[in-house]
Ligand binder design. Sequence first.
Ligand code: PLP
Length: 390
Amino acid sequence: MFSNRVASDLTPNRLSTAIARLREAGIPFDDLTESNPTRVGIDYPGRLLDALAQPSGLTYAPEPFGLPSARDAVAGDFRRRGMTVPRDRIVLTASTSDAYSMLFKLLCDPGDEVLVPAPSYPLFEYLAALDSVRTRTYQLEYHGAWSLDIDGLRRATTDRTRAIVVVNPNNPTGSYLKCAELDALATHCRAHGLALVGDEVFAEYVLDAELPRTSSVLAQRQALTFSLGGLSKGLGLPQLKLGWMVAAGPEEFVRPALERLEIICDTYLSVATPVQAGLPALLTEGAGIRTAIRDRVTRNYRALLKSAPRCPSVDVLPAEGGWYAVIQVPAMQSEESLVLHLLDHDRVLVHPGYFFDFPREAFLVLSLLPRPEVFDRAVSRVLDRVEAAA
Ligand SMILES: Cc1ncc(COP(=O)(O)O)c(C=O)c1O
């Protein structure tokens, strides 16, 4: 009766089962997987949502790419970041996930492939499968710093490949794309007729400003390119459901891409009018939320760097940006059993590296969002557990 886009085995994994058991029993635990910024004590301006009550939001004026005033506001936000983006290259979406779906529809036929990084955001495979698209991975390699395996990426390219996804900075490794990597990617895309999709939702959360990085995939002009962003991460407002993509590259590719995207977006018209009408005010009045989140993740990352040396078997991998930290721990037991042990005995929830497709064990991924007192207590328990096991 059902399509194969959704896997037929819906059995929860062991970690989800353990979490459900604790929740059912009302047993509290410190959640170092928290990725929802609205649940970690960040101060949100009380009247921010007044912006959603603009009288213009009462009129439904469908625009496939979004209201011109909202797209101008996005262009203004790119200007704040030092980038010039014309309004006619900006397409509003309900979220980044929505943007991926639009792009898969634009670029891929069923069975086509997109290349995605590993380790990275675990949802790519699901997002692609829902549009009958397959993912193939290329590796990010760690040698004291993360770098993109460009030879592996070339080898992973087949005649079904339609696009390459890069996450800049990547979740969870926190690594930004370097200029030489962007050049190599763009050259490869151009040579093989592929689109470059840059997921830049965490672009403004720089943890190490000293390191070289490209601010955006929009810096290159060779290949058809899309940069994805939105309120979910950019302002810590996932519940408002507004994202965007910016198209760039050679005019001969951008024009037909936008003509087709217009048809796709016109079919769904997925962005609500009140949030578009309120966008100019949200982007200016909500800027303090981004600063508060940046301060929080920076504070927690520094606290982790300070406390980890007491546990010599733990290595904190350098994070250049984003909301997560990765620690390497001795592979004396499987990541799964360590994570289950931490939950059952220490009441701390962390993500195992395999969730993000790390090529080997043992890594733990820690969200840097939690309240400092929760973060410090939970990190201390993780370090004690790892030290005891080692
Ligand atoms: C790298 C990355 N891209 C996209 C998303 C989803 O963003 P949105 O809420 O805009 O769909 C996430 C959410 O965690 C993410 O980590």
